[in-house]
Design a protein around this ligand. Structure first.
Ligand SMILES: [Zn+2]
Ligand SMILES: [Zn+2]
Length: 194
């Protein structure tokens, strides 16, 4: 998208208030926006927060570096992401190589944009802790309906396994603590009854 058109589109978001909740929640599929997005300083980039220069002077008419606007669209606009991934992969599944049509109403003919390193690894992080490369093109692949379902199922199992291991660890610690308290109590009672 040319920057002029992009800037027009984003002029409307100039008044947006910074949301209180600014950690990455998975339902949204996009990270929280950069703090500079809400800064309202003309001549400073809303994505990276650095000055925008034109002929060695701050360009007060602009609020985006072209490259940053590009990155912003890739991360925050699903439609733009899909357009670019389509241009790159042309609907070919990275796992089974089947080619899907660009648009289809039939569920199992739809192609999916999949995050190779899964987004849940970024869950609960603030913007400054987030690894934005998770949303970059190198981390995206086209998967057909079936391969995407298979990968999601594997990931869900992996998460469940990890949770089970965590729970076991916590249970062990709790058990240990309970035993420790019990021995202390018994000792105390013994000294009292002596
Ligand atoms: Zn920038
Ligand atoms: Zn496939």
């Amino acid at each position: 998208m040319p920057l002029s058109k992009f800037s027009r589109r984003h002029r409307r978001t100039w008044e947006d208030e910074k949301p209180e909740q600014d950690i990455y929640l998975e339902e949204h599929r996009t990270p929280p926006k950069p703090p500079h997005y809400y800064d309202r300083v003309k001549g400073r980039c809303r994505m990276c927060g650095l000055g925008i220069y034109k002929d060695d002077k701050i360009n007060k008419r602009s609020t985006w570096h072209p490259k940053c606007a590009d990155e912003y669209m890739m991360i925050y606009h699903a439609g733009e992401t899909r357009r670019r991934i389509w241009q790159r992969d042309k609907g070919q599944c990275a796992k089974c190589n089947n080619v899907q049509p660009r648009r289809s109403r039939i569920k199992h003919l739809k192609w999916h944009v999949d995050h190779i390193r899964p987004l849940y690894e970024q869950k609960g992080k603030r913007f400054d802790e987030i690894d934005l490369t998770y949303w970059h093109e190198e981390n995206l692949q086209t998967l057909c309906f079936q391969c995407h379902a298979d990968k999601s199922a594997l990931e869900a199992k992996d998460r469940a396994d990890k949770r089970a291991i965590e729970k076991e660890k916590i249970d062990k610690i709790n058990d240990y603590n309970k035993k420790w308290v019990m021995t202390k109590l018994v000792n105390l009672l013994q000294t009292v009854t002596k």
